[in-house]
Design a protein around this ligand. Structure first.
Ligand code: AP5
Ligand code: ZN
Length: 215
């Protein structure tokens, strides 16, 4: 299956993607995680992306689209993938369509996680992620690690993302409304959109998503 996950910052895309990718046996491809890995490795791409991420702005398409395409062309993605955080504007959605059409492939569904703004602000404020692997995500109240500040999965140190500060979060939400939300109509017009509520317990939402994808 080829699935795109959309939703505002803090909706739980990364959290759900980890479970959905496992259930569906497809790789979880997060452009945010790819950027963060490049930043921690000090690559040129990471250096170019960092200022945009710190400001809560989208990294320019000419950097993002190439990086996402390279990842989707890896052998483990040949039979499907779950995209988290890409596409994030209509130009990226069109580039993805063009790439898939050229390869004789298509998307199966676009899963939209719906959560109100008050809740995403609470989720982001309490989020802590692992220095060793940014896919290891916790929350000080909703998903607390067994030992404060330590990752349950690998023992790495937990920290708060630089772009999770109040001002940057406000800008990320604004960028989501103006630049990312238009892709919802874009995919609705293609008959691919599946919307579920992302409120409630994590595993309940995964079940809701799996049920919606089976339809
Ligand atoms: P990215 O890393 O994609 O960030 P985002 O979209 O803002 O999403 P988040 O990671 O903030 O949230 P999430 O929905 O994954 O929530 P999570 O599961 O962590 O992008 C970061 C930046 O990179 C962008 O701002 C941009 O600069 C750049 N970028 C990335 N992709 C790009 C692209 N395509 N084009 C251009 N630029 C790009 O959950 C949040 C918290 O809530 C966690 O603490 C979690 O434990 C908790 N939680 C999750 N589910 C629940 C639940 N059901 N109940 C209670 N708590 C929950
Ligand atoms: Zn970890």
């Amino acid at each position: 299956m080829r699935i795109v996950l959309v939703g505002p910052p803090g909706a739980g895309k990364g959290t759900q993607a980890a479970f959905l990718a496992k259930n569906l046996s497809i790789p979880h491809i997060s452009t945010g995680d790819l950027f963060r890995a490049n930043i921690s490795q000090g690559t040129e791409l990471g250096v170019r992306a960092k200022a945009f991420m710190d400001a809560g702005e989208l990294v320019p398409d000419e950097i993002t689209i190439g990086m996402a395409k390279d990842r989707m062309q890896q052998p483990d993605a040949a039979n499907g993938f779950l995209l988290d955080g890409f596409p994030r504007n209509v130009a990226q959605a069109e580039a993805l369509d063009a790439m898939l059409t050229e390869a004789g492939m298509k998307l199966d569904a676009v899963l939209d996680l719906e959560v109100e703004e008050d809740e995403v602000v609470k989720r982001i404020a309490g989020r802590r992620i692992c220095r060793q692997n940014s896919a290891h995500v916790f929350h000080v109240i909703y998903a607390a690690p067994k030992t404060e500040g330590v990752c349950d999965q690998c023992g790495g140190e937990l920290y708060q993302r630089g772009d999770d500060s109040e001002d940057t979060v406000r800008n990320r939400l604004e960028v989501y409304h103006t630049q990312t939300e238009p892709i919802i109509d874009y995919y609705k017009a293609q008959g691919l959109l599946v919307t579920i509520s992302a409120l409630g317990e994590v595993h309940e939402i995964t079940k809701r998503a799996m049920d919606a994808l089976k339809k």
